[in-house]
Ligand binder design. Structure first.
Ligand SMILES: Nc1ncnc2c1ncn2[C@@H]1O[C@H](COP(=O)(O)OP(=O)(O)OP(=O)(O)O)[C@@H](O)[C@H]1O
Ligand SMILES: CC(=O)N[C@H]1[C@@H]2OC[C@@H](O2)[C@@H](O)[C@@H]1O[C@H](C)C(=O)O
Length: 374
């Protein structure tokens, strides 16, 4: 039996994530038995070119057709390149790129062909992580929570805490590390908090030609417009009970709420909206977390971090304070989930996605003909 299929054997897994911000591909190695994190390996970031980014972005919000096919080809080629330099790995977790996400309507679409990637890299690839969850009534997102639970155990946390990912969209995982299995009642609660960096990026792109508000410098000069913030918080999404998830552009109209403001006030207000979504999320946590550990690009924005520190009732810090890598946590998560899928272990449960029963979501593709595993 291959090492991958041998229960409890520690394997070398490579995970890859292409997030909603469309900046590029994050890739990272994780050593795990599918339960515990044993060690972290090397990582790489492969940026998308402006042309690649435009091709993928043209597919946003679409479910099929030539734009989707073109986006998929770009995603495949970029991943084949990003993942080739890691040496032998036992399995690859390939998230792909989300183009559209409407779990209760059409479903969820992550482009990228895992079977082709398995062939190109001569390694087993787990992909299409979200569809099975959606088919069983779940949101299909967020999926990092089981990994967050493993992280909490890895850092030997003793009390409930929260991981907050601030990418294009924000998502939070409340974790009780004293409960050993993440699918056990009371171990984990997770959901998307609201828009995070995506509206800020869209604003500064449209107004200043910038990819993002580096260091929160534009927002730092502005004043939050309370009326716009209140209108934003009136969105029913925030009072809806979790589990719940968002598509990148679900709140895209919020830019309209700041359209009359100057650049600095508009950026400050959108940044405050991200923080306010997180504050609203706290009411849904089963108990107050002892601290909030922030991952994703938003932790690099000191204005946002300061707003969070002021509005939350517990310490807020980047995951680096506990020795984790906030730029690679999602890639590591999909390495971890790939091993769980290969071993038939669940990757989501009712308290992370609302799925009817815990599910092991993902397709495992092997290179053909016969491949050799370590
Ligand atoms: N130095 C910085 N200052 C301000 N914002 C930053 C900085 N660095 C990154 N960001 C923000 O973080 C974003 C990238 O975050 P991240 O890589 O976590 O997103 P993602 O993984 O694509 O998204 P998601 O988790 O939603 O899929 C950038 O687009 C930018 O808005
Ligand atoms: C549908 C989809 O791709 N969702 C992403 C997105 O980006 C952040 C947030 O929205 C989260 O729900 C999810 O990604 C992370 C990695 C997750 O599944 O945990």
């Amino acid at each position: 039996m291959s090492k991958l299929k041998t229960k409890d054997a520690v394997v070398r897994a490579l995970g890859a994530m292409s997030g909603t911000s469309l900046d590029g591909v994050d890739a990272a190695v994780l050593e795990t038995d599918g339960h515990d994190i044993v060690g972290f390996g090397p990582s790489e970031y492969r940026m998308y070119s402006a042309q690649e980014r435009a091709t993928i972005a043209a597919g946003f919000g679409q479910w099929a057709g030539s734009d989707v096919d073109a986006a998929s080809s770009v995603v495949d080629a970029a991943h084949a390149q990003a993942l080739q330099g890691f040496g032998a790995v036992d399995v690859i977790g390939f998230h792909g790129q989300t183009l559209a996400h409407a779990p209760r309507l059409q479903g969820t679409l992550q482009v990228g062909d895992g079977a082709a990637l398995a062939q190109a890299l001569n390694a087993p690839v787990v992909w299409d992580f979200r569809s099975a969850d959606v088919q069983m009534g779940g949101e299909g997102a967020p999926l990092a929570p089981f990994f967050h639970h493993a992280c909490a155990r890895y850092i030997k946390e003793k009390a409930p805490l929260a991981f907050l990912n601030l990418g294009g969209v924000g998502n939070i995982t409340w974790v009780d590390p004293r409960i050993p299995q993440p699918q056990t009642d009371g171990a984990v609660l997770a959901f998307d908090t609201g828009p995070a960096n995506a509206p800020i990026n869209d604003l500064v792109q449209a107004r200043c030609g910038l990819a993002f508000d580096d260091g929160g410098r534009i927002a730092a000069k502005g004043t939050v417009e309370q009326g716009a913030l209140e209108l934003f918080l009136a969105e029913p999404y925030f009072t809806r009970m979790p589990p719940k998830s968002l598509d990148r552009n679900d709140f895209s109209e919020m830019i309209g709420l700041v359209s009359e403001l100057d650049d600095a006030d508009a950026a400050a207000t959108l940044t405050a909206m991200c923080a306010a979504g997180v504050m609203e999320a706290m009411q849904h946590c089963p108990s107050p977390p002892s601290r909030v550990l922030v991952t994703g690009g938003g932790r690099h924005n000191p204005v946002l971090m300061q707003m969070l520190s002021v509005s939350l009732d517990c310490p807020v810090a980047a995951v680096e304070t506990v020795g984790l890598d906030g730029d690679m946590l999602e890639a590591q998560a999909f390495a971890y989930l790939a091993v769980r899928v290969a071993r038939g272990l669940p990757t989501s449960c009712s308290s992370t996605t609302g799925v009817r029963a815990a599910v092991s979501g993902g397709t495992l593709s092997y290179p053909s003909p016969a491949h050799s595993l370590s």
